[in-house]
Ligand binder design. Structure first.
Ligand code: URP
Ligand code: ZN
Ligand code: ZN
Length: 481
């Protein structure tokens, strides 16, 4: 089968040959001094001192050449009651590209009662003609109906092979254990993967009602009413349900030491559990909730930021391989312009959950992970590109610098310094979680399918050039469903 059809590509723009010379090529399994030759958007050869003609030659002396980042957790143009997350597919994918990300997997989010396939159609409409980089979709399953399993099967045929279910947000998105178990069994049969937001929503609901009854309405009570134990319990339950269903499971945005420990224990028993964390949980602590006035609303995310001991456990889990993926959970809402977060000025439970991060993931992880020696450049590539590609059915097209893979490449300067600020970032949101923080290590040039889309701080790719990525389901376990 031609590669285009195998990967369900809709469009492959013809891009002239490109040669990247003198860089240090980093893959998840090795790094070496090598040149990279690209032809028609695909990597043709990788090797030392390649002798080849090309229309464009980039000198990567002193730079790393990394696979373009894959952000497996974004919420662009996401509806949240009467408002939507503030980045759409145009602004969000441009910001992602500025940060060295060349693929996103966004969460298509159906309305209640909407057929899942219709939600996919809607998200195709939101992304098509707007995205600068390539995109795939997970599907949120907000309720369990008689036809849901069949709808999930049909989505797998359309290349949507992962489904996000919520153990939190009762009355809106939370599913009970029976529904989660049914979904897991469904994916055991169709080769999909259930991704779980693991927080015990029923317990949190009680704590929230109690806090509000006592007049505790400030943003910091968001964190106080979502304890790490609620995440730990939900992760342990998620693993138990997956084991009973005989299906793998992916835990999104792990934030706590308790969660990491539960995943490590399951892994030791051979349970196929994959796990993700995010830069905000690695790089920020719950001290942010002590900010005066309403400023702490910037950090109202679920799960919330945790004490420094949890950060240490997350870094350890990342270095040791307990956590597989670093994604952003990019879900921006304005503080003042627009005043989205102010919806919860007098009640923290009404503050829209979520924060921006699609642009700063690689900057922060390099600065706090690689520069400090916590993880190697190869491990950086693994958690930001190779692992999400393998887990979510994009491998080997994405996440590797190897002949035959898409030429999604980042020329990375390990000594470039950036001061992060809402006044200079490209995300359409009026604050940054990391305002004023200076980080070392940054993308210089970003290439997507052989085309330079970011060149030294300027966007050179055109809006709408990104293509939909139809993903491959995982091999079914022996013995059938
Ligand atoms: O606070 C968050 N994480 N908002 C986005 C939705 C989700 O739960 O991932
Ligand atoms: Zn979530
Ligand atoms: Zn999310």
């Amino acid at each position: 089968m031609p590669a285009d059809l195998a990967f369900g590509i809709h469009e492959r723009s013809v891009v002239a040959a490109l040669l990247i010379k003198n860089g240090t090529v980093v893959n998840a399994d090795a790094q070496s001094a090598a040149d990279v030759l690209v032809d028609r958007g695909v990597i043709a050869r990788v090797g030392p001192a390649l002798d080849a003609a090309a229309d464009t030659v980039l000198d990567a002396s002193g730079l790393y050449v990394l696979p373009g980042g894959i952000d497996a957790h974004t919420h662009l143009d996401m509806p949240a009651g009467a408002i939507r997350s503030s980045d759409d597919f145009e602004t969000g994918t441009m910001a992602a590209a500025y940060g060295g990300t060349t693929t996103i997997i966004d969460f298509a989010t159906p309305e209640r009662g909407q057929e899942l396939g219709r939600a996919l159609d809607a998200w195709m409409g939101l992304a098509g003609g707007r995205a600068l980089i390539d995109y795939a979709f997970h599907m949120v399953v907000p309720e369990w109906r008689d036809g849901t399993a069949a709808e999930m099967d049909r989505l797998v045929q359309r290349g949507v092979t992962s489904f996000k279910l919520f153990m939190a947000y009762p009355g809106r998105l939370m599913l009970d254990d029976g529904a989660i178990f049914r979904a897991l069994r469904c994916t055991r049969g169709n080769g999909g993967l259930v991704a779980l937001h693991a927080e015990n929503g029923a317990v949190i609901d009680v704590l929230v009602q109690e806090a509000l009854a006592l007049g505790r309405t400030a943003p910091k009570f968001h964190a106080r009413t979502r304890p790490a134990g609620a995440e730990g319990e939900a992760i342990r339950r998620a693993i138990a349900l997956a084991e009973m269903a005989g299906a793998p499971v992916y835990i999104v945005h792990v934030s706590s030491a308790e969660g990491v420990a539960a995943i490590a224990r399951a892994r030791e028993r051979g349970v196929p559990v994959h796990a993700e964390t995010c830069p905000q949980y690695l790089c920020l602590s719950d001290a942010e909730y002590d900010r005066p006035g309403f400023d702490a609303a910037k950090f109202v995310i679920s799960p919330p930021l945790r004490p420094p001991e949890d950060q240490d456990a997350l870094w350890e889990g990342l270095a040791e391989g307990v956590l597989d993926v670093v994604a952003t959970d990019h879900c921006p809402f304005g503080m003042d312009d627009p005043p989205h977060k102010r919806l919860g000025l007098s009640d923290f439970s009404k503050i829209p959950n979520g924060a921006p991060g699609i642009e700063t993931r690689l900057l922060l992880l390099w600065d706090q992970g690689v520069r400090t020696g916590r993880i190697s450049p190869s491990r950086f590539v693994e958690v930001t590109a190779a692992a999400p590609s393998k887990i979510f059915g994009l491998w080997p097209r994405k996440g590797a610098i190897a002949a035959g893979s898409d030429a999604d490449l980042v020329l990375w300067d390990p000594s470039a310094r950036t001061t992060i600020s809402a006044s200079t970032h490209h995300m359409r949101v009026d604050y940054s979680l990391y305002e004023g923080r200076t980080v070392t290590g940054a993308p210089v040039t970003v290439v997507s399918r052989g085309e330079v889309i970011i060149d030294r701080g300027t966007v050179t790719g055109r809006k709408g050039r990104g293509v939909y990525l139809s993903r491959t389901p995982r091999a079914r376990p022996a013995g059938g469903p």
